[in-house]
Design a protein around this ligand. Structure first.
Ligand SMILES: Nc1ncnc2c1ncn2[C@@H]1O[C@H](COP(=O)(O)OP(=O)(O)O)[C@@H](O)[C@H]1O
Ligand SMILES: [Mg+2]
Length: 152
């Protein structure tokens, strides 16, 4: 990001509660979203990517937002961006699997992903991941194994 002259701002909640998740999968989520954000701002002089984490207002989930001020996503593409092999990038830059993988991992964790985008202004991806005690976390079947991990 530095080499591409992209400014990165972080607003990370230092008191974020522990989340039961697959760490390497979650790393893939973040990397894919950051790479897309970086690619979206690549030809702007004032390219900016920001990363925010917080607890949801219900306090039952954690929220991660990755936002850029890049090219944005045309309305007609929004329903397709999570589809396998959907890409608007030239060959060699993208194969259209990043968001498919992101979606799958977030769903496996009982979470949700939202996108808000304006062409020419930028894009915000918001990932919401349920915490252990929340009903959504239980539904995802995470609670028992998570509890064990917590005790250990
Ligand atoms: N932050 C973003 N800004 C603009 N467009 C995006 C962004 N993230 C994803 N997209 C759009 O969604 C498409 C699919 O993304 P992805 O699944 O990661 O595949 P790839 O990056 O390989 O093209 C991209 O080709 C692009 O059109
Ligand atoms: Mg990608």
């Amino acid at each position: 990001l530095k080499l591409a002259n992209v400014e990165v701002s972080q607003a990370l909640d230092e008191k974020l509660p522990a989340l039961f998740c697959d760490r390497s999968q979650m790393q893939q989520v973040v990397m894919n979203l950051l790479l897309n954000a970086a690619q979206a701002v690549h030809n702007r002089a004032d390219g900016m990517v920001s990363i925010l984490t917080r607890v949801s207002s219900s306090r039952e989930a954690i929220v991660m937002e990755i936002q850029d001020n890049g090219e944005g996503i045309p309305q007609e593409n929004l329903p397709k961006i999570f589809d396998p092999f959907f890409t608007t990038k030239e060959e060699g830059k993208g194969v259209g699997l990043g968001l498919t993988v992101v979606y799958g991992i977030v769903a496996d964790h009982g979470g949700e992903i939202e996108v808000h985008s304006t062409v020419g202004k930028g894009t915000l991806f918001r990932v919401t991941l349920p915490l252990l005690e929340s009903p959504a976390g239980q539904k995802a079947g995470l609670k028992e194994s998570a509890k064990k991990r917590h005790i250990a």
